[in-house]
Design a protein around this ligand. Sequence first.
Ligand code: ADP
Ligand code: MG
Length: 687
Amino acid sequence: MSLSTPLAKLPRLQPQIAKKFAQLGLTTLHDALFTFPFRHEDWRQRVSIADLSVGQEVTIAATVVNISSRRAWRRRGTTVTDLTVTDDSGQRLHAVWFNLPFLAKNLKTGDRLYLSGTISAAKSGRRELHNPVYERPSDDPLHQRLVPVYRSVDGLSQRQIRLVMKQAVALAGAITDPLPPSDVTALGLISLPQALADIHFPASPTEAKAAVDRLKFDELLVWHLRLLESKQQSTGHQAPVIPFHEAEIRAFVQHLPFALTNDQRLAAWQVLQDMASAAPMSRLVQGDVGSGKTVVAALVAYNTALSHYQAAFIAPTVVLANQHWQTLTAMLGKHETRLALLTGDSAEIFSAGTAANVSRREVLEALAVGTVDLIVGTHAVLHGDVVFHRLGLVIVDEQQRFGVDQRQTLIAGRDAVPHFLSLTATPIPRSLALWLNGILLISAINSKPPGRLPITSSVYGPADRLTVDRAITDTVARGEQVYVITPLIEESDSLGVRAATGEHERLTETWPHVRVGLLHGTMPAANRIAVLDQFRRHELDIVVSTTVIEVGVDVPNATLMVIEGAERFGLAQLHQLRGRVGRGAKPSACLFVTDRDDPTVRTRLQQVAATADGFAIAELDLQERGGGDLYGQRQSGLPAWQLATLNDRQLFNQVQSYTTGLNDQTRARLIKSLADSATVPPEFHPE
Ligand code: ADP
Ligand code: MG
C-alpha cells in the first residue's frame, strides 16, 4: 500500500463507500492525507454515567444491558436501534442509532464497549446518546482521544472516514518535506510529515496547533510564491492595448436604469486606464455585497468588445453564471454586443434580442472565429479546448484565491495574454492589501448605490416564532419576497438539506396559498437554476435554501431574509447572507433566528445586527476565530486555503520575510514541491 493507492482498492472498503469518498474529492490515500479535519472533539475524558450532563462530549466505558432493533412507525423505512448500557456507577444510559440494523446483530448483552458522542436530552428529559460512535476495547482505538471531524456527505460516517484517515496517516512518512530541516527549525515549525500525522490524530491540543501552524505556513507560502511568480511571468508579456471608447461608454452609462456611483466610476476608470496599456492588467475590484460590481465588469467588457477583442466573464457556479447571463444580456444585448453562455450544462448564444440554446460546438466555433464578443460561463470556459479569436479581457467573479489560478492558466504558454480583472466581496484587511500590492492592484467600491435603505436587522429567540412568521406573511402580503436560510449543521450537507426540506414542508403546510421553493446544493444544477429563475420572476414568494444561495444572487424584490439557526454561522457569513436583501429601493429586513435561549448567543448575533459595515464585521469574525479552536472554516471568496485565514497575520509576515530571502531557483523548486504536496483542498462535488 502506498499513498497513490486508490481508496477503492483498500481492503474492506465497499465500492459504494469509495464513491462517497469520491464525492468529497478523495480518490487516493494521498488525497485523504491532505484533507484536513475542520475541528477535533475531545473524547479523552472518560466520564461515569452518573456524572453526565447535556451537551457534553464524552466517552464512556460501558456494558450492554439490552439491544434491539425496530422499524420506526412514523418515518417509513427507518430502523431504530435501541441500546441500554450500564457502567461502574450502576446507572443506565440509553443510546439510539438510526438505520444501522446490523448493530443489533453485532452487539449482545454483556459486551463491553466504549461509546463516544454528545449527550443530548430526550423529550422525556432523559439523557441519551444519538448515533454514538462505538468501539470494543480490543479495537485499535480511533476514538478515545482527540477525534478529528471531517466534512462529509450523506451516507458516509465519520467513523468510516477516520478509518481511512488512519491508513493514510500511517504513510505520512513517505512525504518529503519541501523545506530544509534547518529552515523548519529556524521558523519554529514542525516537519511536514509530522504535521500531516498530527493534524488528523493529535495527542493533545498543543500538538494539533503546531500541526495547523505548519500546514497554514505551507498554504500561505505556496500562495505567495505563486503571486510573485505570476507577477514575474506577466512582465515579459504583452496584452492588447484597448483604448477608452469614450462616446460609446457615455451612451452605455446613460442607458443604464441608474446613475453610477462615484466609486463605480472610479473603479471602471482605473480598469480602463490599465487596459489602455500593453502591460497586462491584474486588478481586483473589492466591494461589499450589493455594491454593484457587475455593472463595472459589464462596462469594461463592452469597451473591450468595441475594440474587437473578446471578453470572458467567469462565475464560480452554474447558478451565478446563469444570473450573470441574464443581467449581461439585458445590459449589453441592446448595444449590439454578441454574447454566449457556456457552462457544463448549457450553451446559448444571444443574438437579435433573444437567447437560443445551441450546441457546445457552436459556441466554441463562434468564439474561435470571433463572432462572440462576450462569453459568460463557469471556469469550463478556460479549458484547453476553448480557443478564442482575440481574447482581450478575463473577468473572474467571487473566485477563491481571487482568481490567481485562472490567471495562471491563461498566461501559461502564451506571448500575448489578456487583461485580468477579478471581483470580490471579501473585505481585504490592510495587511493583505499590502501583501497583494504590486501583484494585484485593488479598486474599492466603498459606497452602496444611493437610495438603498439600511437593512433592519434583529435577533429573535425561541419565544419569538410568531413574530418571525408574521414578518414572513406580511412581506408576502406586500407582494415582496423572502429568503429563509437554514444552516449546515456540520460541514456535511446532509443535515442542512434535511433542515431546508423540513422548513420547506412546514411553510408549505402552514400557508398553502404561498408559493414556496426549495434550494440546496445536492439538487442538480439545472433544478437550482430553475428555482432561482422562478424566484426572480416572482413565481415564488419564498425560497427556503441552504447557504448555496450565499454569494452573488441578486433579486431586488426580495426584502426579507430569515436566517434560521443563526448561531451556527460565522459572523462574516451572516453579513454575506444578509446582503441578498436590501438590493432595491424598498426597505428590507434581516432576522437572525436562534432556537438557543442563551444570552451569549444573542449578544454575538446582536453584533452583526448592530452594524452594516462589512469591514467591521470581518474584523469581529477574525477576532472570534482567533479565540476559538475552529480552524479552516471556509469563507467564501477567500483563497482556497484549507486552514489559513486572513487572520493569520503573523504567519503572513513570516512567509513574506521567508520568501524575500529566497532566490528564483529555490522559489521555483518550492512552488513545484509544495504544489505536489498539495495543500490545495480537493474539489467538492455535491452534484
Ligand atoms: P455585487 O457587487 O454584490 O455583485 P451587483 O452587481 O449584483 O452587486 O448589484 C446589486 C444590485 O444593485 C443590482 O440589482 C444592480 O442592478 C444594482 N445597482 C448596481 N449599481 C447601481 C447603482 N449605481 N444605482 C442603483 N442600483 C445599482
Ligand atoms: Mg456579484
